[in-house]
Design a protein around this ligand. Structure first.
Ligand code: HOZ
Length: 436
């Protein structure tokens, strides 16, 4: 593949953008090499500046669940922009958006729109602290809730990819208020709540971890957390920025049958535009300004163009059988990859939850803890990533990010991916032998 134009763009980008990018993981730092620059995207494909085509399993890190450039989403945006780009005053589409979210996710009786998942999580935590009068929060090692100060403690995504436990610039006084637990560790959670549960404002969790690869909850784990929070008067926040409208129409809370107190959203609800939201019981949400004293605001929040894109996408995911078809495709992909790896003699396993999946270079039968995820062969993943990229398949450029599938990943696309993997695993097997 020729990457001349991307290479030149990256050289220019590095002069003016830290690391040449506007978000760390996309820089390819952990997998090595240089990122390609995307010129356009359509259906399951990305096309780079050098006209190379890639089957895309990043999907803009989750939002593109109906594929790129879907005509219904694009037309909704085109219609919206004829009437203006931003009003700084209420618009009808934001009412429709709040009503749609409340209908599809019944725990969200009221919703506040914001502009990113990061904004959603940091606002939800402020609400939890304000509503409970407590300061401590609990998160899980490897979970990532955006780059708000309180969350950059043992975080996943780029923090895990680059091996930084916390970030300079986060005041110690603030990070000390963030307690961390091990995902899927029942006893650890019980112990912590026994010790200081009555001081905890909130426990926040990605119900399916998507920022330490993809880790599903063990049966009963989310219920256990729900019970601990209820017992101690702490608010349970599900960060459904990735899982919302993806692992089921009603998100992870519908899939696993657990009702959180607050939920954060992003990605899919913006249809590809920058959007986030948080929601919960009316009694909690009405404590936010202007109906209550807990302050949070945003000039572009509820933006009419973003609302139009998100509403069009939410319309599409309500198609009967949409999520079942997504799950069938994710299973076909992951089963196919496991078969090819086995035949090549490469230790490899996958996780899949609805339209999310994880790839692990591990001999373990199943990986569902942070410790298991970080113990995987990261170098083998990096080699596989590049072998797939050379064959026109784009996986997340980090062993610690989930993969995302869209409704445009049909049988032919999955078959093409598996054929590419057949060769990539053979190459990986040769490397493994050479390493021994
Ligand atoms: N937070 C995203 C990954 N989970 C961002 C990745 C990026 O674009 O760097």
């Amino acid at each position: 593949m020729n990457h001349e134009r991307s290479h030149a763009l990256f050289a220019r980008a590095r002069q003016r953008l830290p690391g040449g990018v506007n978000s760390p993981v996309r820089a390819f730092t952990s997998v090595g090499g240089e990122p390609f620059f995307v010129r356009r995207a359509d259906g399951p494909f990305l096309y780079d500046a050098d006209d190379n085509r890639y089957i895309d399993y990043v999907g803009s890190w989750g939002p593109m669940i109906v594929g790129h450039n879907h005509p219904r989403v694009r037309e909704a945006v085109e219609r919206a922009i004829r009437d203006g780009l931003s009003f700084g005053a209420p618009c009808p589409a934001e009412v429709a958006m709040a009503e749609t979210i409340a209908r599809l996710v019944p725990s969200c009786e009221m919703v506040r729109m914001v502009n990113s998942g990061t904004e959603a999580t940091l606002s939800a935590i402020r609400l939890a602290r304000g509503a409970t009068g407590r300061n401590r929060i609990v998160k899980f090692e490897g979970c990532y809730h955006g780059h708000g100060d309180s969350f950059l403690v043992k975080a996943g995504s780029g923090m895990l990819t680059f091996g930084v436990p916390t970030s300079p610039g986060v005041p110690a006084g603030l990070s000390e208020l963030t307690l961390t637990l091990t995902y899927n560790d029942f006893e650890g959670a019980t112990r912590l709540f026994d010790e200081c549960g009555d001081d905890i404002a909130s426990l926040i969790i990605e119900p399916v971890v998507g920022n330490a690869n993809c880790l599903p909850p063990r049966p009963g784990f989310l219920r256990h957390l729900r019970d601990l929070c209820s017992k101690h008067g702490a608010l349970l926040i599900f960060d459904e920025v990735m899982t919302g409208f993806r692992v089921a129409l009603g998100g992870a809370q519908a899939r696993f049958g657990i009702t959180p107190d607050l939920t954060t959203f992003g990605k899919i609800i913006g249809g590809g535009m920058p959007v986030g939201a948080y929601g919960g019981r009316a009694e909690l949400m009405s404590q936010i300004a202007p109906s209550g004293p807990i302050y949070q605001a945003g000039t572009l929040s509820g933006n009419p163009v973003a609302m139009a894109a998100g509403l069009a996408m939410l319309e599409l995911v309500q198609d009967p059988g949409f999520h079942d078809r997504l799950e069938v495709a994710a299973n076909a992909l992951c089963d196919g990859l496991e078969t090819e790896a086995r035949e090549a003699g490469v230790p490899f396993t996958t996780n899949r939850v609805g339209g999310m999946f994880g790839l692990f270079f591990s001999g373990d039968r199943k990986v569902d803890t942070y410790a298991q995820a970080v113990a995987c062969d990261i170098e083998a993943f990096n080699r596989f990533f590049h072998a797939m990229l050379e064959r026109g398949v784009f996986l997340a450029p980090s062993a610690f990010e989930a993969g995302f599938i869209s409704s445009m990943h049909d049988d032919d696309i999955i078959d093409l991916t598996i054929s590419a993997a057949r060769e990539a695993f053979k190459a990986a097997a040769k490397d493994l032998k050479a390493d021994r």
